[in-house]
Design a protein around this ligand. Structure first.
Ligand SMILES: Cc1cc2nc3c(=O)[nH]c(=O)nc-3n(C[C@H](O)[C@H](O)[C@H](O)COP(=O)(O)OP(=O)(O)OC[C@H]3O[C@@H](n4cnc5c(N)ncnc54)[C@H](O)[C@@H]3O)c2cc1C
Length: 550
């Protein structure tokens, strides 16, 4: 046997990107926070950035993705148990996310901008491992909807906000902290949930209100080890929203049978499942027959997380590309110094910063529910950000991967983090309303309040910054007022996203970033691939701002 050292030296291969502070080095995020929540206490983000940038946590992320969840439908004596077993590293990640308050804490928080604070933490954590953020996101998102059953919310709300993670499958009464999921999608339809066939039959009332028995199935039921779920089912008055615990208040396991786990493209550490309900006990949340608007209060928050999550993944992919190209040389100099690579990296940096700016702006709307303008922006920007940021994600990841050359495409037992990012990217675009559904939802949102005036107000601060942006600011409110047809809905969602992103950058980023963004995305000085910015862009300034290591 010949050792590698006997045949050649290994050189010109980059050191991995590890042991650095993800928050301190993310200037785009820090500037977005400064703009949207100037008084924010960022000490916790600094600490989180240090923890999740560590080699130790990266190892847990790798292990949780290699040793994927295992379903045990029965014990060895043939009794149903319906349990999913995770690698210990999964629990380490969950404990870290819950401990950082990325689940329900904003709803009971005392900080002035709890949703922005949590959004920044969520975005950062995505760079470590996005799969565990599925149950974390749903546990965050559920509160606005769950409040419609105050009897349940009063008991579960504090535990959803607790910083304790307890993975055990037992009564919520015996747990210091709980997690929640959601079940809408069935085999015959996910976008059109009116087609749900799962049935709910009344079974009396008790301390949690109107009790039902649920029979049917869910085709996608992510994180089935959560302590409870909001699900949709057909009740006598129509499709309704129900609270469905895994363990009933008397300690018995609810009749939720996990059929199998999904074999997914990415998101490997998360146990997305298919389930059947066999007369499972559930309690009404909100009014019977009003299930869709009720559960969409949860969907709105998970859509925010799709935008935040993809922004985090973009930042991660960009950081990996910058780390690689600054250490790898070709044709006599580091790749990062080659003019065309500069164009690619700078273009990716613009996209990443614009995504961060828009996602954090959207998070801010949820900190001000009493403000009419913020409420309208929340309604408009949720589908816009979910549509546009997530739509850009896969293209972005492919281009960032290409910066690593062949190394980018290699999994190598989970060490190939870029491959993991690439496989994760399409998910946020599909789940919780795929692209078309988001664009159509924007049209629906435009009918609420004076959307055109609200948008004009939002865009006004950037007037005079760039000729192309001025043209869009002039045109967009009347396009919004005129209401696009469904044929044009994606184009409208895209243009609203680009306009808001440009306006935000003009208020948070250096001129090099704003000018290049406006010239390319709004002014037409751009091609159809990343790396096609006009030659006049200040590539060095844009790249220097984005570097993950200073
Ligand atoms: C990993 C993963 C985890 C998931 N976890 C959950 C979960 O925990 N709970 C849950 O309830 N669901 C979950 N989902 C399901 C997800 O939300 C749905 O897959 C998604 O909403 C799309 O529904 P569908 O798959 O039935 O596709 P369809 O509804 O059949 O849609 C297919 C395509 O048609 C488009 N389309 C639909 N209607 C229209 C229209 N009127 N005009 C134009 N285009 C249209 C859609 O945009 C989409 O591109 C998960 C999905 C994945 C991949």
């Amino acid at each position: 046997m010949t050792a590698a050292a006997d045949t050649h030296d290994v050189f010109n291969q980059p050191a991995p990107l590890a042991d650095y502070n993800l928050f301190d080095t993310n200037r785009a995020l820090r500037d977005a926070l400064n703009f949207n929540a100037p008084a924010l206490q960022i000490a916790t983000l600094h600490a989180l950035g240090e923890t999740i940038g560590s080699t130790e946590m990266q190892t847990h992320a790798r292990l949780a993705n290699i040793h994927t969840p295992q379903l045990h439908t029965h014990d060895r004596f043939g009794r149903r148990i319906d349990e999913v077993e995770f690698h210990p590293s999964y629990h380490v990640l969950m404990r870290a996310a819950v401990g950082a308050g990325l689940h329900g804490t904003p709803w009971s928080g005392t900080s002035a901008s709890p949703h922005v604070l949590r959004a920044a933490g969520f975005m950062l954590f995505t760079e470590l491992e996005p799969s565990v953020l599925c149950p974390i996101s749903m546990s965050y998102a559920v509160t606005p909807a769950l409040r419609s059953n105050p009897l349940i919310h009063v008991e579960w709300g504090p535990k959803l906000a607790s910083l304790w993670y307890d993975p055990a499958l037992k009564s919520f009464k015996d747990k210091p902290g709980v997690t929640m999921g959601m079940g809408m999608t069935e085999k015959q339809g996910g976008s059109d949930v009116r087609a749900n066939t799962t049935r709910a039959v009344r079974a009396g009332s008790d301390a949690w209100g109107e009790r039902y028995e649920i029979t049917g199935h869910k085709w996608f039921f992510s994180a089935p080890m959560c302590d409870a779920f909001l699900v949709l089912a057909q009740a006598p008055a129509g499709l309704s929203c129900f609270f469905l615990p895994r363990v009933l208040p008397d300690g018995e396991r609810n009749a939720i049978h996990i059929q199998r786990l999904k074999d997914k493209l990415g998101n490997k550490a998360n146990a997305s499942s298919e389930v059947e309900f066999h007369g499972a006990g559930a309690w009404l949340v909100g009014e019977e027959g009003r299930g869709i608007p009720q559960i969409l209060e949860m969907g709105t928050m998970t859509r925010l997380d799709c935008a935040l999550g993809t922004s985090g993944l973009m930042r991660q992919a960009l950081s990996l590309a910058l780390n690689h190209t600054s250490q790898r040389s070709a044709f006599g100099k580091p790749l990062i110094e080659q003019p065309l690579m500069k164009n690619v990296l700078a273009d990716l940096a613009l996209e990443s910063e614009a995504a961060t700016a828009l996602a954090i702006r959207l998070a801010r709307t949820f900190d001000h529910p009493g403000d009419a303008h913020e409420r309208l922006m929340s309604r408009l920007l949720t589908p816009v950000a979910k549509f546009w940021i997530c739509k850009r994600g896969s293209h972005f990841a492919q281009e960032a991967m290409e910066c690593l050359g062949g190394n980018g495409y290699v999994e190598e037992g989970g060490e190939g983090v870029m491959a993991r990012v690439y496989r994760e990217m399409p998910l946020n675009s599909i789940w919780e309303g795929a692209g078309n559904i988001m664009a159509i939802d924007l049209l629906r949102g435009l009918r609420k309040g004076d959307a055109a005036a609200a948008l004009a107000h939002e865009l006004a601060p950037a007037r005079g910054q760039h000729a192309a942006l001025d043209r869009l600011i002039d045109a967009l409110p009347s396009r919004v007022e005129a209401m696009a047809t469904e044929f044009e809905a994606r184009r409208l969602a895209q243009d609203v996203a680009l306009a808001v992103q440009a306006v935000l950058l003009s208020q948070t980023a250096p001129a090099a970033v704003t000018d290049a963004f406006c010239a390319s995305r709004l002014g037409g000085d751009w091609g159809h691939a990343f790396g096609t910015l006009g030659g006049g862009a200040d590539f060095d300034a844009i790249i220097a701002r984005a570097l993950p290591r200073v």
